[in-house]
Design a protein around this ligand. Structure first.
Ligand code: FEO
Length: 393
């Protein structure tokens, strides 16, 4: 039987667990996903968010364990993306008199566009009473759509934070203390790097607003609920939003006949020799969403491709497209393009152009190697890497 979980007296988790989902918009979700919805039993029965349409029956069964869904009086839609609002029409059918709240103006517009439903718009600082409890809304635009808001209940000191502070992590244990903190924090970092990163400035404003609240619980719409590690996740977001980079290097490449691979290995070893932690990654073997999790605070980023026909390899182009879409702050990052070629150095040169357009500092010229690098050429990479590090000081 699908069970609801009481997370505080009168507040129930009634979400869906997507144990086997492995992809969310090009982002690999190796630990699955949850769509958390919360039911508050008060004078006005209130549902905070819903779930992805595929999990409608799961949501309704869990609500039904606590109360007849037709008794829902209030539905708060913190965010209209369909993983949270997709079951709103089903709930509306079951509880047609329930008043729906969403942010004004964007949440209201988006709900009308998606479902044609009437909504009451609320702004930052607005509150509603649901009986013994108050719900106060705080706008968090672009974390991660224009409509996003969070909902705070001061009587219970609970923040329903929607996408913010979430993680793609499926577990039947709902709280941070009951799960391995290292894995949950990794998934929170991966979520930030791949979903929230483009909106770091807005995330910073949202974080500052949240820090001012008296909190006993942060209940996001994905993953586990923060109770004992609230300070840890707030500190982690502080670091993520800062965009600050550390002295470490990533060497990302693909190769056809191992020449570019030899260069990648020599670059990686050169960083290590200079005392900078480094790793080299064949783009055929690691997903870009995992790479971006590491990239988040990496200062030195070296990207290599041979020339394939008149372009770079598609794996490298795919990574660069994905990375640039996430708009990382690259001003403080030092880049290097490299790669082997037969008769035209187009692959490595085009990588260099993309890094330049993405805002990287490129203190040394692209390393374009005709055919196979000699030992002398590989040994020369040490000086190139040293120059990069000196330029980054
Ligand atoms: Fe989890 Fe932006 O939706």
């Amino acid at each position: 039987m699908l069970t609801a979980k009481e997370i505080k007296p009168g507040i129930w988790w009634v979400g869906g667990i997507d144990w086997n989902e492995r992809m969310f918009h090009g982002y690999t979700t190796e630990a699955g996903i949850t769509y958390n919805a919360y039911l508050i039993i008060d004078e006005k029965v209130t549902l905070i968010d819903t779930v992805k349409p595929k999990f409608a029956d799961e949501l309704i069964q869990r609500i039904s364990q606590v109360i007849d869904p037709s008794k829902i009086d209030v539905i708060v839609t913190n965010h209209v993306e369909m993983d949270h609002s997709g079951t709103l029409p089903r709930i509306h059918e079951l509880a047609p008199s329930a008043e729906i709240y969403a942010s004004a103006p964007n949440g209201v517009k988006e709900i009308k566009a998606h479902y044609g439903l009437d909504v009451t718009g609320v702004k930052s600082g607005d509150s509603i009473s649901i009986g013994k409890r108050t719900l106060t809304f705080v706008a968090t635009p672009m974390v991660h759509w224009p409509d996003n808001m969070v909902t705070y209940c001061p009587e219970d000191k609970v923040l329903f934070s929607n996408d913010a502070f979430g993680q793609h992590f499926a577990s039947s244990k709902h709280f941070d203390v009951d799960n391995g903190l290292a894995e949950v924090m990794y998934q929170a970092r991966k979520y930030y790097a791949n979903i929230v990163q483009p909106y770091a400035a807005q995330a910073r404003r949202a974080l500052d607003a949240v820090k001012a609240l008296d909190l006993e619980m942060i209940a996001p719409s994905h993953g586990i609920i923060w109770t004992e590690h609230i300070a840890d996740i707030l500190a982690a977001y502080d670091e993520f939003c800062s965009g600050e980079v550390k002295e470490k290097a990533l060497v990302l490449y693909d190769s056809m006949w191992e020449s570019t691979a030899k260069m990648a290995k020599a670059i990686c070893e050169a960083f290590v020799e200079e005392g900078v932690p480094a790793r080299y990654i064949d783009l055929k073997h690691m997903h870009e969403s995992d790479i971006m999790t590491d990239f988040l605070d990496t200062k030195y980023v070296c990207v290599g491709s041979p020339t394939l026909n008149s372009q770079m390899l598609p794996t490298v182009a795919g990574f660069l497209t994905y990375m640039r879409g996430l708009s990382p702050k690259n001003k403080q990052r030092v880049g290097l393009a490299f790669g082997s070629y037969g008769w035209a150095p187009i692959g490595p040169k085009n990588v260099g152009k993309q890094l330049e357009e993405a805002g990287f500092a490129l203190p040394v010229d692209t390393l374009a190697q005709n055919w196979i690098p000699s030992q002398e050429a590989l040994d020369g990479i040490q000086a190139t890497v040293r120059s990069m590090i000196e330029a980054g000081e």
